[in-house]
Design a protein around this ligand. Structure first.
Ligand code: 4AD
Ligand code: MG
Length: 461
């Protein structure tokens, strides 16, 4: 079954050899003497053309096979350098493996992405989604490869947790109690000590805090797992369930953090360009013209680095009317992020040193007492794909920030204790995996880069 991959990727020559191909019919057309079938055998983006003629005993039946029928084709492998496909199979037999109904919903025509979302059980068979999910798989492999080659330890942080890493209150509760009958406002009174975990528990929004524990033992670590946010925002870049990559590095500051992020993003871009050439060509032609040039350009230049204060000045001076006016102290909205990265700099931009009021409690307070050592990476077409920071390692400062953020010291006792025993400076970031895939493929909706998207009102598949 490795024939196609061997041919494309290992340049193996099968000329005039007898081969067997099994797969699903993608297209079929015939005349009264010949027929052509494009078979998808699942192993490569491009299908395989099988040519057959009326010498086959079941010639007339084959012509009636609907799209998606599973077949086995045997025959001779012939190079066809003059035609569109580099080779074809001259079939000596074609047999039925599993039939398909003629009302197969994915006929050979252009379907809208919205329609394809309603048939998530079939869409991986379409060109677009075959390309997206192969790139997603390769990018996932490349993430592990990148960190493992650098000696980072992969940590499986918990999915069910009692700590709120972001303090943003967007957590899904995990409970065995039946709370639906209790009015929302009264649920605070529920005695969770009688629940399974004997305290309130939730699905994690980030593995960072647990990641820090491991960074202070292994020095360099990363997590790569699902995270959950009950954000009620219906946007093309927010999902309730998404995957995050969170490296954490000890004896490191915010500059080391940005250097790592930049090296990683470039590595991932290079990896998919080299390992998914057909898929990337497809995106470049049909999804986002100019994608490949843009990504290749990024490999050759440094990312921009500006402070939040500088970014606000640039946005104000731009004279552009934003829906949300910009003021020092307010968070950057998607429109601001995209303006900075697409219009001002035309490349990925790190924005650093945000006001402490709009960032999480764990970020290190700067000397000015107003800003924190935060860094967000913004990229053209998507906006923020990374959020990170140097962590507050000073016990007293951290305690104060926990209080000021309305959190309880006792809930973070172990996090605080890390600062007592060799709590060196350390930093880390979170890369949203779906946003990375959007960036790599040019797909513009997060629902189209995750196999089974979870958004408000959507958990069908
Ligand atoms: O900026 P965020 O909230 O940062 C953290 O969670 C930190 N604890 C990370 C760290 O320092 N270890 O989220 C990080 C990234 C965002 O930049 C974005 O790419 C992605 O996660 N993200 C989402 N992706 C899809 N849907 C959502 N609802 C997302 N929320 C965040
Ligand atoms: Mg963020």
């Amino acid at each position: 079954y490795d024939l196609i991959r061997n041919f494309y990727y290992n340049k193996e020559d099968y000329s005039d050899k007898e081969v067997t191909i099994s797969g699903w019919i993608r297209t079929i057309r015939d005349s009264n003497k010949f027929g052509f079938i494009e078979i998808n055998d699942g192993t490569s983006f491009k299908g395989i053309q099988a040519v057959y003629d009326d010498s086959l005993p079941n010639f007339s039946e084959i012509g009636k096979y609907p799209v998606a029928t599973a077949i086995v084709a045997k025959g001779k492998f012939v190079l066809t350098p003059e035609s569109k496909q580099p080779f074809e199979i001259k079939a000596t037999s074609i047999s039925l493996e599993a039939p398909s109904d003629s009302k197969y919903p994915l006929q050979k025509k252009r379907h809208t992405l919205e329609y394809l979302r309603t048939i998530a059980h079939l869409r991986p068979r379409s060109n677009t989604f075959a390309a997206v999910f192969r790139v997603r798989s390769l990018a996932s492999y490349a993430v592990h490869k990148f960190f493992q080659e650098k000696g980072f330890v992969n940590v499986h942080t918990p999915i069910i947790t009692a700590s709120d890493a972001e303090g943003a209150g967007e957590m899904f509760k995990v409970t065995t109690l039946d709370l639906l009958d209790i009015p929302r406002d009264d649920r605070k009174e529920v005695d969770f000590t009688k629940d399974f975990f004997e305290k309130p528990a939730s699905l994690t929004v980030s593995g960072q805090l647990e990641g820090e524990i491991f960074a202070l033992a292994f020095r360099n670590i990363y997590t790569f797992g699902p995270t959950f946010r009950a954000e009620n925002s219906n946007t093309p870049r927010h999902a309730a369930e998404f995957w995050m990559i969170e490296p954490e590095i000890a004896f490191a500051d915010i500059k080391d953090d940005m250097d790592l992020a930049e090296e990683m993003i470039k590595y991932l871009i290079r990896f998919v360009l080299e390992n998914a050439p057909q898929e990337m060509e497809f995106f470049n032609s049909f999804i986002d013209k100019g994608l490949k040039d843009r990504l290749e350009g990024i490999l050759k230049s440094d990312f921009e680095r500006v402070t939040y204060t500088e970014a606000i000045r640039l946005l104000k001076e731009s004279g552009k009317e934003f829906e949300y006016p910009v003021e020092w102290g307010s968070d950057l909205q998607t429109e601001h992020e995209r303006y900075l990265t697409e219009v001002v700099f035309k490349k990925p931009v790190f924005v650093t040193d945000y006001p402490k009021e709009i960032k999480a409690f764990y970020m290190r307070l700067n000397e000015d007492d107003k800003t924190v050592a935060a860094m967000d990476l913004l990229v053209p077409g998507v906006g923020e794909i990374i959020g990170g920071s140097q962590r507050e390692e000073r016990l007293e400062v951290l305690k104060e920030k926990i209080l000021k953020n309305g959190l309880k010291e006792e809930d973070y006792w172990w996090y605080l204790e890390l600062r007592k025993y060799g709590g060196v400076k350390h930093a880390g970031f979170g890369l949203g995996f779906e946003r990375l895939i959007m960036y790599l493929t040019g797909m513009s909706n997060i629902r189209d880069v995750i196999p089974f998207p979870r958004t408000v009102g959507n958990a069908e598949f």
